[in-house]
Design a protein around this ligand. Structure first.
Ligand code: NAD
Length: 259
């Protein structure tokens, strides 16, 4: 399918690996010129070079922490008038509900709620003026069903979800859609880190922790960054203009709900 976005410009945050990289690669395959961001320069440059050589689009890199105001300013300056915004950042650390203090919540809210909101606040007005735009926020399955050890994520992402629900409906009339993609478990470094933490806390091997995790997923496997990226590129496509303010779960059926 021609996604109808060849020649558009997109910003993908936290995109040197994992789900952000999956989204960047799928957008590049559709012909989108990119600005990509991550904290580590080396991995980011390598990701950009691979995208250029595989898909022939232009890729600008910004090595910066997008959750800090200076880093975000650098990212926004490079982004300019983008048509597509994919927000993403690392997820909060695991723990239990009694572990967290105010500062832990502030850090999680900054990274996973206030950063995507700041990026939308900066970039959506230009999209509205130009009459076309797409925003996809990478959130989590924890929005639909809480994950016990990820209370910081449960909280911060719920806040972002509420914001998007209200905002998406105020900008849709100008041709701008905002939606959230909710990853279930995908085979990335983040999933490895969570499996390692589970193995340690349960006194089992990493393989055993992973096998127990996979057993909770009807699809019988973890998702891949490529299939996550393909869903993102479709939401950013010309064809997705009537999908507004939705929370789309990509979890292999793990969350057992009817709708
Ligand atoms: P990952 O650890 O594989 O990759 C994270 C990427 O983000 C890297 O490119 C890293 O450099 C970049 N990054 C992290 N913090 C950053 C920051 N402050 N500024 C700029 N770049 C930053 O993670 P992932 O699995 O791709 O997860 C992406 C998001 O999706 C996270 O918020 C994670 O919590 C969430 N999520 C992931 C899963 C999963 O199974 N992988 C499930 C649910 C939610």
């Amino acid at each position: 399918m021609d996604l109808g976005i060849k020649g558009r410009r997109g910003l993908v945050c936290a995109a040197s690996r994992g789900l952000g990289l999956g989204c960047a690669r799928a957008l590049a395959e559709a012909g989108v010129d990119l600005v990509i961001n991550a904290r580590g320069k080396e991995a980011l440059m390598a990701a950009a070079e691979a995208i250029r050589s595989d898909f022939g689009v232009s890729v600008t890199v910004v090595a910066a922490d997008v959750t800090m105001s200076e880093g975000r300013a650098e990212v926004l300056e490079a982004a300019g008038d983008v048509d597509i915004l994919v927000t993403n950042a690392g997820g909060p650390p695991p723990g239990m509900w009694h572990d967290w203090q105010r500062e832990d919540f502030i850090a999680a809210l900054d990274a996973n709620m206030l950063t995507p909101i700041a990026l939308m606040t900066a970039l959506v007005p230009g999209m509205m003026e130009r009459g076309w735009g797409r925003v996809v926020n990478i959130t989590s399955q924890s929005v639909k069903a809480p994950i016990a050890v990820l209370g910081l994520s449960n909280s911060a992402r719920a806040g972002l979800t509420g914001y998007v629900a209200g905002t998406a409906r105020q900008v849709a009339g100008k041709g701008v859609t905002i939606n959230n993609l909710l990853p279930g478990i995908h085979a990335t470094d983040r999933a490895d880190a969570l499996d390692k933490a589970a193995a340690e806390s349960q006194g089992i091997t990493l393989d055993e922790a992973r096998a127990r995790h996979v057993a909770t997923i009807p699809a019988g496997r973890y998702g891949t960054p490529d299939e996550f990226g393909a869903a993102c590129a479709f939401l950013c496509s010309r064809h997705a203009g009537y999908i507004v303010g939705q929370n789309i779960l990509l979890d292999g059926g793990a969350i057992n709900v009817t709708i």
